[in-house]
Design a binder for this molecule. Structure first.
Ligand code: NAP
Length: 484
């Protein structure tokens, strides 16, 4: 039972569904069949302007920013409840749009989105400042205020979660939002616009403009009415977005690309490690910024582990995302599939040995690629150094702890990292030396809204989740009251 239907070809501006000013639309494709499923509006600069004005008016009007944190929190709790009540429809849309297995959409995307709103609802209750001790005869205190209109720009791979990880803290802190989802995967953003309204978020507080990055994204980014930019996407586009925001002196948070190393020491519990290794590179069909596509293995267990992977990986169920048994669905779009093929071709030319996979899976006209393991590449191979963003694992041996750390830190990225060892001292010692925003020990992708994540180096700056995320959507005001 759905609360409402998405209006095909409409934007959500000022609490109303409306066509793009010039009536333009773009097609949404089901990647498991390569077939068009619906059309959405393609916003131009005039639509973005209308959305930012709606957000500005809503912010200045105080219908949201003027509420207490507790009142906002109550509404955000309702958003979490509505996500759970509409879990089947949200999971169906996310699966249809991105090609994610339906079981993954339920267990990860929908569950986490609800948990995230709940987490930020709770944080809204405790948005506070502090009293400062000074030698002045004065009462000095700080308070946290919302920043204003937030431009939230999100990528194609986790549309629901990554929108919530921006809209949640932005709303908790009292801001208003214009959200531009990826042009390939806009459906859950539109559905959420309806749920937010149903939960009681006032008109104009959240606006959704579907459209392309170069047109709608660029217009949003450069709009003078935007006070903060929250961006998740590739490092290349992030660099461009950060430069434009910097020129306009707007605060930004940058959640960018990754290419994490997963280090397996000779004392690892190999049976357990194998599950984490496979999850790290096939999760979300490898379209996971925090995936672990670079496996570094201590030489004494290198051959054994490669042998285990060569048998286990071909057994991972790849196929129709509607099948509840499917673990790996198609790539989210044809261009992503072609990119993976190009990188595997490069690997072959560079002398890489394809241990398993290395080819498309021909199924229903969808964009499927078999989970692929590649050995014998040098560390300076492009396949090792660059972000492929597909179900591809490279495997390299190492001889010492120092070498493992050096290899792990050798790419420009620094989002996530992982260690497999049963030696506690070694785990902490290596975690300290890894250049990454998060380090997982003896498992992968352990994520929770209480635990901040974000990158270092070319993976960006700023943190999502936890109180750190809420702080990024507030500005601090100091008030000093003379006691003379
Ligand atoms: P992308 O191409 O950089 O796009 C991200 C968003 O930026 C999309 O909404 C895109 O719109 C928009 N955009 C493109 N050009 C723009 C411009 N000139 N001005 C403003 N916005 C613009 O990234 P993607 O391919 O969707 O996503 C994959 C990347 O995101 C990977 O690198 C992955 O590692 C990264 N990622 C990072 C995190 C993290 O938390 N660090 C999480 C998830 C993904 P269009 O879709 O219309 O092009």
């Amino acid at each position: 039972m759905t609360a409402f239907e998405i209006e095909p070809g409409r934007l959500f501006v000022g609490g109303q569904w409306r066509e793009a000013a010039d009536g333009a639309r773009t097609e949404v494709v089901d990647p498991s069949r390569g077939a068009v499923v619906t059309t959405v509006a393609e916003a131009g600069a005039a639509d973005v302007d209308a959305a930012v004005r709606a957000a500005r008016d809503a912010f200045d009007g105080g219908a949201w920013s003027g509420l207490s944190g507790r009142e906002r929190g109550r509404i955000l709790h309702r958003v979490a409840e509505l996500i759970r009540e509409n879990a089947d429809e949200l999971a169906r849309l996310e699966s249809l749009d991105v090609g994610k297995p339906i079981s993954l959409c339920h267990a990860v995307d929908v569950t986490n989105a609800a948990n995230d709103y709940e987490h930020f609802a709770a944080l809204a209750y405790s948005l506070d400042g502090s009293v400062r001790d000074t030698p002045m005869n004065a009462l000095a205190y700080t308070k946290r205020e919302p920043i204003g209109v937030v431009a939230a720009i999100t990528p194609f791979n986790f549309p629901l979660i990554l929108a919530g990880s921006k809209i949640g803290p932005a709303l908790a802190a009292g801001n208003t939002v214009v959200h531009k989802p990826a042009d390939e995967t806009p459906l859950s953003a539109l559905y959420m616009a309806g749920l937010l309204k149903q939960a009681g978020v006032p008109d104009g507080v959240v606006n959704v403009v579907t459209g392309s990055g170069p047109v709608a994204g660029e217009a949003l980014l450069r709009h003078r009415g935007v006070d903060k930019v929250a961006f998740t996407g590739s490092t290349a586009i992030g660099r461009h977005v950060a430069a434009a925001a910097g020129e306009a002196l707007k605060p930004v948070t940058m959640e960018l690309g990754g290419n994490a190393a997963h280090i397996v020491f000779e004392d690892a519990h190999l049976e357990k490690a194998v599950g984490a290794i496979i999850k790290a590179f096939v999760f979300n069909t490898g379209q996971f910024c925090m995936g672990g596509p670079r496996l570094l293995v201590a030489r004494p267990v290198y051959a054994t582990l490669l042998g285990i992977l060569s048998e286990a990986v071909p057994g991972v169920p790849v196929g129709d995302p509607r099948n509840p048994e499917t673990v790996v669905g198609p790539m989210a779009g044809e261009k992503h599939l072609k990119k993976v093929e190009e990188y595997v071709d490069i690997a072959r030319k560079e002398g890489g040995r394809i241990v398993c996979g290395g080819e498309r899976l021909d199924l229903d006209g969808g964009y499927y690629y078999k989970p692929t393991v590649i050995a014998d590449l040098s560390n300076d191979s492009r396949v090792v150094q660059e972000e492929i963003f597909g179900p591809v694992l490279t495997v390299q041996p190492f001889d010492t702890e120092d070498e493992a750390v050096e290899l792990a830190n050798s790419t420009p990225y620094g989002l996530a990292s992982g260690i497999q060892t049963q030696n506690l001292a070694r785990a902490h010692r290596i975690a300290d030396r890894l250049q990454a925003g998060i380090v997982w020990i003896n498992d992968w992708a352990m994520l929770d809204p209480a635990v901040p994540f974000g990158g270092v180096k070319d993976s960006g700056f700023g943190r999502e989740y936890g109180p750190e995320a809420l702080a990024a959507y507030t500005k601090v005001k100091s008030v000093v009251v003379s006691l003379d």
